[in-house]
Each structure stands twice: as structure tokens, then as C-alpha cells.
Design a protein around this ligand. Structure first.
Ligand SMILES: [Zn+2]
Length: 152
């Protein structure tokens, strides 16, 4: 996703594929707001190459920008959020990771998948606390360490 339209040459109308991706992003943002909002996470931060700084986008602002991008083909995104607390924002990568894990577990919840999710997050360099938080947010008990060090 490129909410900033960073490439000035890309002022072409969106093609159907891009529009479909944007619609999916809109659905994702709704879902993320529902899932992460109650945990005190207010939105997503993006690094903006134009401004050379991070932009903090609350869920509703992000959704509005995506909608505008869908409707008008451009996004007025460079407005600073009001006094953002970096603790309350996650990267889009984090948000996507959360959503991927969440959707996987909605499909089929079992320990093997939980372990698979944890492996995947570890590959993304998530630390134990982040993973624990994520599982907690999904209402999943982290697998116990009963299997012991022999497995490692
Ligand atoms: Zn910017």
C-alpha cells in the first residue's frame, strides 16, 4: 500500500486492480480499528519520503484517506496527526501481521497454527512481549513450554 502517492508520475487513474486493493485495505482498516482500537492502539504510522518523517494516521483518518484515494485518485495525507503518542501507533507491517494471524486463526484455531504464527512473527523479528500481546489480543493462550528445550 502506498497511501502517499509518492511517485508524482503516478497520477494516472487507478486501474481496477488497484481499486480492488484499496477496497481491501479499507476493509482491513475497519477490522484493525475494531480489534486494536480497544487495546489503545489508535492508528498506523508511515514513513513519508516526501516529508522525511513519520506520519501518524488514526484509523478514521487512514480510512478517509484511502476512501479519497479510491474516489479521487489522490490522497491529502501529509497533514500531521494531532499530538500523536508513538506508543499508540503501529507500523502497517505490524497491523498486517496482526490481521494475517487473526484471519488464519479465525479459519482454524489450533495449537499447530498458533505455533506457526509464532514462528512467522519471530521471523519478522517480533520479540516475545510483542508476540504475547498479539496472542492476548486474539484471545489465544500462548502454547506452554512443556515441550522443553529438547525441541530447540
Ligand atoms: Zn508527508
Amino acid at each position: 500500500m502506498d497511501p502517499f502517492g509518492e511517485d508524482p508520475a503516478e497520477s494516472e487513474p487507478l486501474d481496477e486492480n488497484e481499486r480492488e486493493l484499496l477496497r481491501q485495505d479499507l476493509v482491513d482498516v475497519e477490522t484493525l480499528k475494531e480489534l486494536l482500537g480497544p487495546r489503545g492502539l489508535k492508528g498506523v504510522l508511515f514513513y513519508c519520503a516526501d516529508c522525511e518523517e513519520d506520519h501518524y494516521l488514526a484509523w478514521d483518518l487512514l480510512r478517509g484517506n484511502l476512501q479519497e484515494l479510491l474516489d479521487a485518485g489522490e490522497s491529502p495525507i501529509h497533514e500531521p496527526a494531532f499530538d500523536p503518542d508513538p506508543e499508540e501507533y503501529v507500523t502497517w507491517d505490524y497491523a498486517r501481521g496482526f490481521l494475517d494471524g487473526y484471519e488464519t486463526l479465525q479459519d482454524e484455531e489450533d495449537d499447530a497454527l498458533t505455533a506457526q504464527l509464532i514462528d512467522e512473527l519471530e521471523r519478522r523479528n517480533w520479540d516475545e512481549n510483542q508476540i504475547g500481546d498479539l496472542l492476548g489480543a486474539m484471545g489465544i493462550e500462548p502454547p506452554s513450554d512443556d515441550e522443553g528445550p529438547a525441541r530447540r
